[in-house]
Ligand binder design. Sequence first.
Ligand code: PAF
Length: 281
Amino acid sequence: MQVLHTVAELRTALAGQAGTAFVPTMGNLHAGHVSLVELARRHGSPVVASIFVNPLQFGAGEDFERYPRTLAADCEKLAAAGCDLVFAPDVDALYPAPQDFIVQPSEALTRDLCGAFRPGHFAGVATVVLKLFNLVQPRVAVFGKKDFQQLRVIQELVRQFNLPIDIVAGDTLRESDGLAMSSRNAYLGATERIQAPQLQRELAAVVAAVQAGERDFEALCATAGRHLKMAGWRVDYVALRDAATLQSPMPDSARLVALGAAWLGSTRLIDNLDFSLGNPA
Ligand code: PAF
């Protein structure tokens, strides 16, 4: 597996490749990322992963500085998963000059949910992903459903800019107690870690109630949020949305998604469950 750090090296290594499958990451990889690499292998070759903690998508006071940088361990996992090439630029390599051309994603997709609590976050994600797509020129790119709003933003980026890239969505991997795998789980203290699966349980309760015929979506989400608050969480949101538009469900919505974001201490966790009415998530 090659590990490259500069744009020039990357362009040389990938010249003439037409079937690249790409997995962008911020590193500190866990089994969820490994599953995305394995998924990528089924969709193209070579498999390229990027590791880059993108300053543009972190707001003031967020965890950019403390986000774990674990390149050597990440490369071992990527090699074992069958990755062919890792692109791990430093900030100057990807942003040699201030990045003042920014991709501004659709308001409809980003004005609420995480977008309401992390201003500029999705513009930062869309901008770095467009840059990485231009550099890697993949035929396929794999993103996890764990970041559901991000996935929808990237799908729209590709559609509205006519990028010849298929976006493949990877399922969320969970720990045995239901907690969605996330690099940020490492921030949790022992007691918080025991409490953390409650977010998924509350979302599952919303899904179960909707599938059982309950249609007061606001009340269901408010109940879930109240349960979390009573247990000591600081809740950003619990919401039920149309999985395509991320707007309130319509009577003809084919797929729905229950999403939540909440804090345990200084750790912000997100999770979601997407489902069809009448079918299990
Ligand atoms: O999901 C992530 O890890 C990041 O948001 C991404 C897509 C690699 C862009 O920095």
